[in-house]
Design a protein around this ligand. Structure first.
Ligand SMILES: Nc1ncnc2c1ncn2[C@@H]1O[C@H](COP(=O)(O)OP(=O)(O)O)[C@@H](O)[C@H]1O
Ligand SMILES: [Mg+2]
Length: 667
């Protein structure tokens, strides 16, 4: 089907002329454009192939043959399944997120500015509590009366039939057969995920419409002219949808005024690149549309961008920045999108894009900070958070360990998730939070909204950064810190407090909350129990050791390689029992991961946390282990049946609270 040649030749008016005093053309003067690209829907990939092939004159031989062979395979039906498998599988179901967003903005607007008077009072309150606790800890010698504040120091042995080595359900994926193709932005951008035999690795090959040299020139000119016509800075606009129309109108005007002649396909294609570059994240835009991608990272110039794919893990792309200038321009651009600033003087960026994706970047003009120039990582905002089912599939933890944590959470134990950067702390925290009973009042407090829960009774609070100069207390006008939010949250008497990441004085309030019966959960940076305990007790966190004993469990995550594949594992689950005479925390490592054979095992024959539940709730010892066994079965069943979407997972977990027998019967 040949494309019609649409001639947009209303050459008469040129911008030069309008500048010369003539009236600007009105909307009516502009011809109706023959196509409305936004509405063009190409239902299958075939059309995409056809279109690329039409433009193949200047395409590299490699591209040409790739598209040709893809097409052949597609026609033979070979690719259909993989295409679906790649995309469909990861496409999140539509969720109503208005509630979440409302609660975010609601919190931001409704939060009162904390008065200095209250601050002083709170400080007094906290100091008093800390003193009492310190007294309590020095008074009690753990080995004398055998009991600390929360946790008994004597525990029965775990019944032997439950002590076993656990293997994660994980299988190293076989990449050699992978050849998936699916659209990213229909019909313009698609991806081919393919095993590269020569390089012996999986590659993420982004395919975008090919541009001839002339088309490239046209696009460049159009961009410049459109920029001149825009009286607003597009970079500052956060609402892409509303600006789309403006952008298109301006482009149409330029095309018309300059009498630029384009075919229908050329027009669409150019409009695609205009949208992509003005409104999107340029060449990263299509990648950002892939629901299977978790994050995108760039380690510098002339290095391929890497993506993290839900199914395939870390994969190299065929996209890269060729020189410093190009990369730096891009990094500045993302910073602007985050409403932040990055430069040689302020080379570190930690921000969030308007869609909620998190960005971390370093700026380097002379290869001074990072070796290969500027770097960035974009962690995509996802409406489809990882669930416990995903983590079981990934082999991050075995079902029994999850069941143990579930049990502890039900009985309001406080948990810290620790690990180095990007070890999956936030994801684990979120997945675990779904274990909380629906009736619980949950308050989450974060710098950027990452936690996503199916719970009705969940209040999501997000820190608001201030503006202007810092005042005498070190705060900016309008700033609402984690500390403020936590203090306000405690007044709301939540059952569970979730803190995205503890870094400073907010830890004090969190632990204070734990001390007064609110179960706390948070992530903290640190790759071992010692590192975590040390971090908590030294500046800037500076937690008095007396407060430490209110913490019950520390989970240590690690990112490493198993069978040469990057994986995340729970390295240790550690119970915190209390403090020794010397105020040293007493710990019990319950589970440990063995890197050599990728298994998990009991590192202790006692669980003090469970013992505490047994004693406090008067539960029989045997039945607590039977219960853990039952929960293990449910988790395994969810995993076997691939019930992974967070709403579905949430439903089953909640059903189990209400009617355990019914759920067990069903599996
Ligand atoms: N258990 C896991 N297995 C595989 N990938 C994971 C796992 N947990 C998290 N991820 C991915 O790793 C990246 C970092 O996760 P995140 O939870 O934000 O880390 P952290 O909070 O430790 O910095 C995300 O892209 C996330 O999707
Ligand atoms: Mg995190």
């Amino acid at each position: 089907m040949p494309f019609k040649r649409h001639i947009l030749r209303k050459t008469a008016r040129k911008l030069a002329k309008t500048e010369g005093g003539e009236e600007e053309p009105t909307e009516e003067d502009l011809p109706e454009l023959p196509v409305k690209p936004k509405e063009v829907e190409v239902s299958d990939l075939m059309k995409g192939f056809e279109e690329y092939e039409k433009e193949e004159q200047e395409m590299s031989e490699e591209d040409k043959s790739r598209i040709r062979s893809l097409r052949e395979e597609y026609e033979k039906g070979l690719l259909k399944e993989t295409a679906e498998a790649g995309a469909a599988e990861a496409v999140p179901k539509v969720v109503d997120f208005s509630r979440v967003t409302d609660s975010v903005t609601g919190t931001r607007e409704a939060m009162p500015h904390v008065e200095t008077k209250e601050f002083a009072e709170a400080a007094k309150e906290l100091a008093k509590a800390a003193k009492e606790m310190a007294k309590a800890t020095t008074a009690k010698k753990p080995d004398e009366d055998g009991r600390m504040k929360n946790i008994p120091l004597k525990a029965h042995k775990i019944p032997i039939q439950y002590v076993k080595t656990m293997r994660a359900e994980w299988q190293p994926p076989d990449f050699a057969d992978v050849n998936a193709i699916y659209p990213l932005i229909k019909p313009f951008a698609m991806v081919n995920l393919k095993w590269n035999q020569d390089r012996n690795k999986l590659e993420y090959l982004l395919i975008e419409p090919h541009m001839t040299a002339e088309q490239k020139r046209t696009l460049k000119t159009l961009k410049e002219l459109v920029v001149d016509l825009l009286d607003i800075n597009l970079f500052e606009i956060k609402e892409a949808a509303s600006i789309r129309t403006v952008l298109k109108e301006k482009m149409n005007k330029v095309i018309n005024d300059y009498g630029i002649i384009l075919t229908e396909y050329e027009y669409q294609k150019i409009l695609y690149y205009m949208y992509r570059d003005f409104l999107g994240l340029e060449r990263l835009e299509p990648i950002m549309h892939d629901p299977a991608i978790e994050d995108v990272s760039c380690d510098g110039v002339k290095v391929p961008l890497y993506i993290y794919h839900r199914k395939y893990g870390s994969v190299a792309t065929n996209v890269q920045f060729e020189d410093d200038e190009e990369l730096n321009k891009f990094v500045i651009r993302i910073a602007q999108r985050c409403g932040k600033h990055i430069s040689v003087a302020e080379p570190l960026l930690d921000g969030a894009l308007p869609d909620g994706s998190r960005v971390q970047a370093t700026f380097s003009s002379h290869k001074d900070i990072a070796m290969h120039g500027s770097t960035f990582t974009i962690r995509k905002f996802t409406r489809d958070p990882l669930t416990i089912t995903d983590l079981l599939h990934f082999g991050t933890l075995p079902a029994m360990m999850a069941a143990y944590i579930w049990m502890a959470m039900e009985y309001r134990k406080s948990i810290l998730v620790a690990g180095s950067t990007a070890t999956g702390k936030t994801s684990l925290l979120n997945a675990l939070s779904m274990f909380l009973p629906e009736e619980n009042k949950i308050v989450s407090i974060e710098d950027t909204p990452e936690v996503r829960l199916p719970h009705e009774h969940w209040l999501q609070k997000v820190v608001r950064t201030g503006f202007g100069r810092e005042d005498i207390t070190g705060k900016k006008q309008g700033e609402i810190s984690m500390y403020d939010l936590l203090r306000a949250a405690l007044r709301e008497r939540p059952d569970n407090l979730i803190v995205g990441e503890v870094r400073g004085k907010e830890a004090y309030v969190l632990f204070q909350g734990m001390a007064t019966g609110h179960a706390g959960m948070a992530t903290v940076h640190g790759d071992s129990v010692d590192a975590v305990l040390h971090r908590l007790q030294t500046p800037p966190i500076n937690l008095p050791s007396g407060l430490l004993q209110h913490l019950n469990i520390i989970i240590i995550l690690t990112k490493t390689r198993v069978k040469n594949i990057e994986v995340r594992r729970i390295k240790e689950v550690v119970e915190v029992l209390g403090l020794s005479k010397e105020h040293e925390p007493i710990i019990n490592t319950l589970f440990r991961w063995h890197p050599a054979d990728d298994t998990f095992e009991f590192a202790s024959d006692k669980s003090y946390v469970l013992q505490n539940i047994i004693e406090d709730k008067g539960i029989e010892e045997k039945s607590i282990w039977e219960e853990i066994q039952r929960r293990t079965r449910i988790l395994e069943w969810m995993s076997a049946n691939d019930i992974r979407y967070y709403i579905d997972v949430g439903k089953i977990l909640q059903q189990y609270y209400k009617n355990p027998e019914a759920v067990i019967k069903n599996i």
